[in-house]
Design a protein around this ligand. Structure first.
Ligand SMILES: [Fe+2]
Ligand SMILES: [Fe+2]
Length: 287
């Protein structure tokens, strides 16, 4: 691929802009008004541009190339807590006063899960689910880190936001990839399906040997909105995936709707979370 310009590397003023957009698309049921946002060309320019780039460049080959690069885990190694602090060096330059830093989002998600009395591995999942965003710190463009995730290697669903931008994706003209099943077979199971590259898939591989399967589904598919909200890929899921997606559904509201007016204090909660990390995860994480 050609060298990316600064605008192609980071079309969004911050990663949070994508998450705010998801929240507008899928508002909290109790508070929700219009479920469908009408996109306004002028004001939604960064979001549109982000999805244009995401949908153009997330190809089957891109996914294989990123897996070959990052699943060797040769970037760096550090204790888990240091990794969480490292993620927090990803500063949003747009609006430092109102934007939540990365750790606050993770802490609020985890604390909301804990307050509802869920098992401790579920709390831990909330706390680390977005750590894969360190990909940005390794120089990956935003569209290779965040955004709704979707299968590559088969037809792109029109239930994915801004489906028209897939016209620019070379895979949509490639006969191997542009049919309903593409390289897959009916109900083959998501474990056989390559998802678009991003923080979800990366984080799954970083944790797959340590967390319960329910947690791994939450991590791996938390941005797969076209499936967990619209069931657009039922033809690829098997019965076990459907069973496990109940956990993805359970997790999603905590990710989207846990912004709390009173920010939890990281220093007070650090001992609890360090203990939780030590219970389930090895001493260091190898990125
Ligand atoms: Fe995420
Ligand atoms: Fe999140």
């Amino acid at each position: 691929m050609k060298k990316l310009s600064k605008e192609e590397q980071a079309p969004l003023p911050s990663l949070e802009v994508w998450e705010d957009d998801v929240l507008e698309r899928y508002p909290e049921p109790a508070k929700g008004k219009a479920a469908f946002r009408t996109y306004d060309k002028a004001t939604d320019n960064p979001i549109r541009e982000f999805y244009r780039l995401n949908h153009t460049y997330q190809t089957y080959d891109n996914v294989l190339a990123k897996k070959a690069k990052y699943l060797k885990f040769e970037q760096m190694e550090m204790p888990w807590w240091s990794a969480m602090e490292y993620l927090n060096t990803l500063i949003d330059d747009s609006d430092p006063d109102t934007s939540l830093d990365q750790l606050q989002h993770l802490l609020q998600t985890a604390e909301a899960i804990r307050a509802d009395g869920h098992p401790d591995w579920f709390v831990l999942t909330g706390f680390i689910h977005d750590l894969g965003k360190v990909l940005c710190l390794f120089g990956e463009p935003q569209w290779n880190v965040v955004g709704d995730s979707f299968p590559v290697g088969c037809q792109f669903s029109d239930k994915i936001v801004f489906p028209e931008f897939f016209d620019e994706n070379p895979d949509s003209k490639d006969e191997r990839f542009n049919t309903r099943l593409g390289v897959y077979t009916e109900n083959c199971g998501l474990d056989h399906v390559h998802m678009s590259w991003g923080h979800d898939e990366y984080m799954y591989h970083l944790t797959k040997d340590y967390l319960p399967e329910e947690a791994l589904y939450m991590i791996r598919y938390h941005s797969f909105y076209s499936q967990h909200r619209e069931n657009a890929y039922d033809h690829l899921l098997n019965a076990h995936d459907h069973e496990m997606f109940k956990w993805v559904d359970k997790f999603n509201p905590y990710d989207l709707y846990s912004k709390s007016p009173k920010a939890p204090v990281l220093s007070e909660l650090k001992p609890y979370y360090e203990e939780l990390i030590a219970k389930y995860l090895p001493p260091t994480v190898k990125f």
